[in-house]
Write a protein that binds this ligand. Structure first.
Ligand code: SAH
Ligand code: SF4
Ligand code: F3S
Length: 469
């Protein structure tokens, strides 16, 4: 009998892509995908460890899935992703009903492990080596991924896809668990990336988002030749059918003049740059071991403003990091005021076992103060986002239409005329009255109104078919 699999994904875009690949692999092995864990023979949970809250949510969700295992004792439960790599056997201890634990570098083993489980071979675990377990090259190999397997049906839309260009991270920011869970930084070979982009274009994909923890640090060397991010963008720009190229997440130190000029000169590359600052205070940045000062961040920011005056820049901030004073925090507020980011993701510091900050620094900012600072920074950021969006009123923007908006999806599922949503090249969300057939099209939209997160507009050209001629 065909096995039915249900997968739940939390965490970053890397996890979304990993889930797509695991499903592609399982389908090749005869599995079918179901939408409810109750209906599945095998439930997979793709997890994130970046903050404690993310992990707690997984454990409480697993508890619920356990309930459905009571009626279906054969149901297999697998925990994959960053939490699997970080916690390993601890997961079996905390959730003894879990059958399988698989780290993000070992996902290709899942079909085999499931077969072993069905054959009664008992609990299965596949994790990659720790950073200090062996020589760098051996550790790196144990974090291999299997990117060429793709499954268009798993993507949020058929015309947008993630494409991993870099695995792991070597920056070791003191608060961050990712270098441990995803292993050493490795650039994928450019030929492999380009041929994957071709496959995606053949599958109807128009927009690719290149993924890496520090994507602009991308490098691949072989036979005495090095390909950097700029050369890679030039190569991908040649792929027919791909109309938009985005890339996340950027590391401030590697945002070079050469790369910014390429973003300016390659029309398919979106002028959208996510370059997290994390804090506005040099003292905090130093304790975070981010490797730059605010003066250096501003130098980079001004380089963006000079070369790409129309670019949208976004950031991440951590509030309440160890030793952050009111004065430090005010510097983060000042940085948001100065840079006027398109948006910022703001997080309250969460101690992560195994990181330098957990070992050496005291988590001394009270919970309420973290919450207050989070609220305050978000308020400032939202006001600025709205002010910046307001500058778009009266302008025309090119939108890649993604599908019905959330509002439309919640309302009338059958009506052809609905509110649609899409994104501009600079990653702004746009809603407009349209019809479902517009999904996947690039349309010119006239912006009439804005909120802090959305532009509201109307289609510039009349769609002849939609008015029934
Ligand atoms: N590689 C990316 C981001 C990875 S994690 C980068 O370097 O920018 C995504 C975001 O989560 C980070 O940018 C940071 O703002 C936040 N984050 C990471 N570790 C955290 C922690 N321990 N507590 C709170 N936020 C954290
Ligand atoms: Fe984490 Fe820093 Fe690497 Fe980003 S650059 S993944 S924050 S260690
Ligand atoms: Fe989370 Fe791992 Fe991504 S810790 S943010 S899923 S790389």
């Amino acid at each position: 009998m065909t096995q039915r699999v249900y997968i739940k994904t939390v965490g970053c875009q890397m996890n979304v892509l990993d889930s797509e690949m695991v499903i592609a692999d399982l389908k090749r092995h005869g599995y079918t995908v179901v939408d409810r864990h109750e209906d599945a023979d095998c439930v997979l949970y793709n997890t994130c460890s970046v903050r404690e809250h993310a992990e707690e949510k997984v454990y409480s969700a697993l508890g619920k899935i356990r309930e459905s295992k009571k009626d279906h004792p054969d149901k297999l439960i697998g925990v994959m992703g960053c939490m699997a790599q970080k916690d390993q056997e601890i997961i079996f201890k905390r959730a003894p009903y879990v059958d399988m634990v698989v780290g993000p570098g070992q996902l290709h083993t899942i079909p085999d492990l499931l077969t072993k489980l069905r054959n009664g071979e008992g609990r299965q675990m596949a994790i990659s080596l720790g950073r200090k377990d062996d020589k760098q090259a051996v550790v790196a190999r144990s974090h291999e991924t299997f990117d060429p397997l793709r499954d268009p049906t798993m993507r949020p839309t058929p015309f947008q896809a993630y494409l991993r260009i870099q695995i792991g991270c070597d920056k070791f920011c003191t608060y961050c668990v990712v270098p441990n869970t995803r292993g050493p930084e490795q650039g994928r070979p450019p030929q492999q990336i380009v041929s994957e982009a071709r496959v995606l274009a053949e599958q109807g994909c128009r927009e690719i988002t290149l993924l890496g923890q520090t994507v602009n640090s991308y490098k691949f060397s072989a036979d005495g030749e090095t390909t950097d991010m700029t050369s890679l963008l030039e190569m991908l720009h040649e792929v027919d059918g791909i109309e938009r190229i985005k890339f996340v997440t950027n590391y401030p130190k590697d945002m070079t003049e050469r790369l910014l000029v390429a973003v300016r000169d390659l029309p398919k590359v979106s002028p959208y740059l996510h370059v997290p600052a994390q804090s506005g205070s040099d003292d905090v940045l130093k304790r975070m071991k981010r490797g730059y000062t605010i003066a250096a961040y501003m130098e980079m920011f001004e380089r963006i403003e000079r070369i790409l005056p129309e670019a949208a820049v976004s950031s991440d901030f951590i509030v309440g990091f160890c030793g952050e004073t009111d004065e430090d925090f005010e510097k983060s507020v000042a940085l948001v005021e100065r840079c006027r980011f398109k948006n910022s993701f703001i997080f309250q510091y969460s101690v992560r076992p195994g990181t330098k900050a957990a070992e050496r620094l005291e988590d001394d900012v009270p919970r309420e103060v973290k919450a207050e600072r989070n609220h305050r920074l978000l308020e400032v950021q939202n006001r600025i986002a709205k002010e910046e969006n307001a500058k778009m009123i009266g302008r025309e923007v090119q939108v890649l239409v993604e599908g019905p908006s959330k509002k439309a999806a919640d309302a009338d599922a059958d009506s052809p005329a609905v509110q649609m949503t899409g994104r501009t090249p600079c990653d702004r969300i746009v809603v407009f009255d349209g019809n479902r057939r517009q999904a996947g099209q690039l349309l010119d939209i006239h912006v009439d109104d804005v909120s802090s997160h959305t532009l509201i507009g109307r289609v510039k050209t009349v769609d002849v078919v939609s008015i029934g001629l």
